[in-house]
Design a protein around this ligand. Sequence first.
Ligand SMILES: C[S@@+](CC[C@H](N)C(=O)[O-])C[C@H]1O[C@@H](n2cnc3c(N)ncnc32)[C@H](O)[C@@H]1O
Length: 217
Amino acid sequence: MTQGQVAEIPGANPVQRYYALHSRIYDATRWSFLFGRDEILHRVKAIMTPERILEVGCGTGRNLAKLRRLFPKASLTGVDMSSHMIEVARCRPELREGGATLIERCYDQPVHGDEPAYDLVLFSYALSMFNPGWAAAIASASADLAEDGCIAVVDFCDSRFESFKRWMQVNHVRMEGHLWPVLKANFEPLVDDRFNAYGGVWNYGIFIGRNTAAAPH
Ligand SMILES: C[S@@+](CC[C@H](N)C(=O)[O-])C[C@H]1O[C@@H](n2cnc3c(N)ncnc32)[C@H](O)[C@@H]1O
């Protein structure tokens, strides 16, 4: 796709334009750097059996398909602002025919509405791309969670290489370690770990926390 074609998407913001192209190569490429995505799902399973699950920034539905297999009885919802990513998710056999509810919208408000709140809200390599909006998304997750529900976050943390951080910024990712103190302040931590990627080029984190129902600050 040419730059011109991407720019023709009406009303698209830079992240939507980015995924108009990247949705086509996403699943074939992201295994090589979005580490910890399977690990967090298995950590969740060790802690709880959620009945209602929301993945925010669900992208191509890769994690929702795995959650479908891990929790066959759970109700699954995915929300994502990119129509191109959601379109890939809709084509997954595990998510068709009631396998999951997929909502195309920006996550700047809670989504559960009149439905019961969620037992689990997952953000997998999503919050680091919500710029601006990551703090509002954490607040919305708290409002979307049932009392005692859990937030689960796997994401980039930071890097000691400024050039790498600048390159990630070009790809709409903020790597400033900004997410973790706010998560820790607003949810009771059950898991809070950091891991090195490629011998320390960057590190990433896994956080699972219980909703304390306190307003995020
Ligand atoms: C790096 S992808 C992660 C996809 C998936 N969670 C995974 O682990 O493979 C980030 C996703 O977040 C979505 N996204 C970014 N900002 C968003 C926002 N404010 N509201 C909803 N989705 C957003 C993007 O469209 C993209 O699909």
